[in-house]
Design a protein. Structure first.
Length: 344
């Protein structure tokens, strides 16, 4: 995977406070011990996911992601957090977070909807493995805590939708201050449009003018480093929705000719068919474990003509049927715990 992403040292300090030793996390994640002494804590996508899986294993706390994401000490905010907190409104903050957090994590923040309800989702289009639940919880808790601090209100989503089959519902509802629905098609926060338009009491145009240009410059540099293969795979995943995109479709989306895209993939030793298959395989893992789609529906959204074609392709990838693979890799139910109620 291309790109290296930062781990915020404030997270390591917070983990230590919660009794999770950073050295043990690094060892469990298979990272070199010297990594903690590096000036900038950088990881690629696979290493980042391994890091957060190790955090969950070492911490042993099913609510650890909420505790980390709900961090409210302003002195621990990194430049990205300060820039987002300096936004003019909650909606502006979410859009700014979606732009700048790409420097720290291979994620997209999508806010979609109309009328009263807007759905916010964190997407990891370049992932090879399932998003660790502790990271998903951290993302959701962080975005809600941001809204509460910025607006000065005990803001709560209309509801939280989780693809997991089991959590400590009472603890999650206590933190988010709303209903939590399980076994949803995707992990989402659903907000009232009126809350998104609340102004931020923490709006600071002068601070934003100092921080934003630096972040924008770093983001532009990183986007320039993204490979053609990565951009093509992300585009294929976006276009895979009941149809099979071809090289021409992807080239059009990327704003290049089919010949140029084909040449760039060849320079990387890849073909478009390999990109398509990689994208389908990664999405298949996600749909099988994180959605309520049946196998026929999964085949359809992956662009296969029929379920048999999907079954044959999946057996070539994993050496097993998608149904058996799903049963063997389902995540175990999270143990129950407790968590304090949201601020008044």
């Amino acid at each position: 995977m291309s790109g290296r992403f930062r781990v915020v040292r404030a997270h390591l300090a917070r983990l230590e406070e919660l009794g999770v030793r950073a050295e043990e996390v690094v060892r469990r994640a298979g990272l070199p011990a010297a990594w903690l002494r590096e000036e900038r804590l950088l990881l690629d996508t696979d290493q980042l996911f391994a890091f957060w899986r190790a955090v969950a294993e070492v911490g042993g706390d099913p609510l650890l992601g909420l505790r980390l994401g709900g961090e409210d000490a302003i002195e621990r905010y990194d430049p990205i957090g300060l820039a987002v907190l300096s936004s003019s409104s909650y909606r502006d903050a979410i859009e700014r977070a979606g732009r700048y957090k790409q420097l720290m994590c291979p994620e997209e923040i999508r806010l979609t909807g109309r009328g009263r309800e807007f759905r916010l989702q964190f997407r990891f289009p370049l992932k090879r493995e399932l998003v660790p639940t502790v990271l998903q919880d951290l993302c959701f808790a962080w975005i809600v805590a941001l809204g509460r601090r910025g607006t000065g209100h005990a803001l709560a989503p209309l509801r939280v939708e989780l693809s997991r089959s089991s959590v400590d519902r009472r603890a999650y509802e206590a933190y988010f201050g709303c209903r939590v629905e399980l076994e949803a098609g995707a992990d989402s926060l659903v907000f009232d449009a009126a809350d998104l338009d609340r102004p931020f009491q923490t709006h600071n145009a002068e601070l934003l003018a100092m921080i934003a240009p630096q972040l924008d410059a770093e983001l532009a540099h990183r986007r320039g480093d993204t490979t053609a293969a990565d951009r093509a795979k992300v585009t294929v995943k976006r276009l895979l929705a009941g149809r099979r995109p071809d090289l021409r479709d992807v080239a059009r989306e990327l704003g290049v000719s089919t010949r140029t895209l084909q040449r760039r993939l060849a320079d990387a030793g890849l073909t478009f068919q390999q990109i398509l298959e990689d994208a389908r395989r990664e999405l298949a893992h996600h749909y099988l474990l994180h959605s309520g789609l049946d196998l026929t529906e999964t085949a359809y959204v992956l662009g296969y003509e029929d379920a048999s074609s999907f079954f044959r392709a999946f057996h070539q990838w994993e050496g097993d049927s998608p149904g058996r693979w799903r049963e063997q890799h389902r995540l175990p139910p999270a143990p129950r715990g407790s968590f304090p109620r949201p601020p008044d």
